[in-house]
Write a protein that binds this ligand. Sequence first.
Ligand code: NAP
Length: 279
Amino acid sequence: MSPRRLACVIGWPAKQSRSPKLHGYWIKRYGIDGDYRVEERSPEDFPAFVRDLARHGYVGANVTMPHKDVALTLSEPDARARTVGAANTLWLDQGRLRSTNTDVEGFLGALDAAAPGWHDHAERAVVLGAGGAARAVVYGLIERGVGTVHVVNRTVAKAAAFRERFGARVEPARWDDLPRLLEGARLLANATSLGMTGQPALSVDLGRLAADAVVADAVYIPLKTDLLAAAERRGLKTSNGLDMLLHQAVGGFERWFGVRPEVTRELFDLLAADLAAKA
Ligand code: NAP
């Protein structure tokens, strides 16, 4: 007999996705009559597949590269997905295909777990990067009321576009501005791919940050990036990319399977071991 509720991750490719392991863990833990599968669909096949999601047996899906932008146009996005400009989570709601961007809650959930109350004093935040991850990070910071978000990017025009997208609380900046911007800042988030295994190193002088600053990194390979290791040495609180990935998955699971799952140490260790094995 086939399981009652099915969800999947749709990508091209998608086999490298960690989502099946993650959702599979929760399906087992909560005794759900369901399954989470991998669907590799080319850009040509993606629209028809998504329009027919129910006929394929699915109640919803994660969407990964390169489909996140197109997923937005094929669904009814919430404010997060619309403003971020990408949808990574789809679900059927009484025949309507709805979407959101759970990278926002991934970033915020990980940060809340690592440094509860961080936003109470975060008048200024510095975000490195102006790609997809940075859009979710900046949306989350603005949603939480951070007064000024400095977006530092190699291609400054992309940082400037963030001001158009997110409003006047965003201050676009160049990499050369970074030392000045870090002075006394209480939050630094890396949303570039710098520091990731196989990518150039990320070198930042954390000595300028406030003594109670929090440092977040979206990169999760390696688990402890040089940036996070340096922050720990300075005694700063840190939020890592794997926690962001795990918290990002909560909202989809809840919508598809009706249970709000918990991000536990056991789950973190399971995924960390999986990342280490594939490194
Ligand atoms: P993306 O859209 O391709 O953006 C990449 C960003 O990195 C851009 O701002 C780019 O600057 C910058 N960059 C790349 N190489 C650089 C270099 N040599 N020097 C300076 N800047 C450089 O990628 P993304 O989807 O945002 O992903 C960024 C990172 O976040 C990746 O490591 C990804 O795995 C991670 N991520 C993690 C999660 C999670 O749940 N933990 C979720 C999403 C993404 P330019 O604009 O100048 O090219």
